[in-house]
Write a protein that binds this ligand. Structure first.
Ligand code: GLU
Length: 288
């Protein structure tokens, strides 16, 4: 298998974990074992001299659990309450785990306005820079408790697009989206046995956009379409982005070691036309 040597040299990395990656699917409780492994992976990356920014979903799911709400929580006051309660609980867990390694963390809650409005954006950038300069690991989420879907800015709604904006904001070298899908397929692999796995995207064309609309995830907020949107944001800023399945959290180590896992969207692909838009594995490829 080919290696992605360039990934090994990435210094500033934004890693997003989805709700399904850090909670038990059966109950919605935080998967403590996985969260602990995730934190150790991050500590290891820090020890190797990398700068890491975490974008973590899960506040709504965790808050729902804590508040004993069984029904689906999609919007409105109940979601806001879940986010507020869950965010605290989530941070407490991260804080506790990072503290075991004497690693400082910080919570940053963003709204869409924060990254779209020039002044807010600059202010957010200053905060991230200062935290990273002080060797703190920022843990970011959307401020779901207060963000409103108003006309001017709206909300992110999904952490994929938000993570891409964070990666742009902090001038990251790499964005990793860990979710419940392996990456991009040419078609829905559950329905089409001939669907091929796309390992590298050089630029996004209409065909790729359409691929994104087909296959999707059943849990979590973002399906493949939001990941394509995220890729567009990252690529525009020249940031490489990898999407991979978070079922095995150690996949982060494989990605960072340059193994060809998940789908890599090349950051230099913005505005590219002509040539191969994407590359797939041959017929002999067996999914690991
Ligand atoms: N901000 C939401 C949460 O933490 C998650 C959004 C997403 O899943 O993309 O619950």
């Amino acid at each position: 298998m080919e290696r992605r040597e360039e990934i090994r040299n990435k210094k500033r990395v934004v890693i997003k974990v989805g709700t399904t990656t850090i909670t038990h699917s059966e109950t919605g409780n935080i998967d403590l074992e996985k969260l602990e492994k995730f934190v150790r992976i991050l500590i290891n990356l820090r020890d190797k001299g990398k700068e890491v920014v975490v974008v973590s979903s899960g506040s709504v799911a965790v808050g729902k659990k804590v508040l004993g709400i069984e029904e689906k929580v999609q919007e409105g006051a109940r979601k806001q309450a879940c986010a507020a309660v869950g965010q605290g609980r989530l941070m407490m867990m991260y804080e506790k785990l990072f503290a075991e390694y004497s690693q400082l963390t910080a919570q940053i809650l963003l709204t869409k306005e924060t990254v779209v409005n020039e002044d807010c954006r600059e202010n957010a950038r200053i905060a991230f820079d200062e935290l990273l300069r002080r060797d703190v690991v920022p843990i970011v989420n959307e401020n779901d408790a207060i963000s409103v879907d108003e006309e001017l800015y709206g909300v992110f709604g999904d952490n994929d697009t938000m993570a891409a904006n964070v990666a742009t904001l902090v001038d990251a070298d790499l964005l990793i989206l860990m979710s419940d899908i392996d990456g991009l397929y040419t078609d829905d692999p559950r329905k089409n046995p001939h669907a091929k796995f796309v390992h590298t995207v050089h630029y996004i064309n209409e065909e790729l956009e359409n691929m994104g609309k087909g296959a999707g995830s059943v849990h979590g907020t973002g399906g493949m379409a939001t990941k394509i949107e995220a890729a567009k944001v990252a690529m525009k800023a020249g940031v490489d982005m990898v999407i991979a399945n978070g079922a095995n959290i150690y996949t982060i180590n494989d990605i960072m070691a340059g193994r060809q896992i998940g789908t890599l969207f090349k950051g230099d692909g913005h505005n590219k036309i002509g040539g191969k838009a994407y590359e797939v594995y041959g017929a002999d490829w067996i999914q690991e």
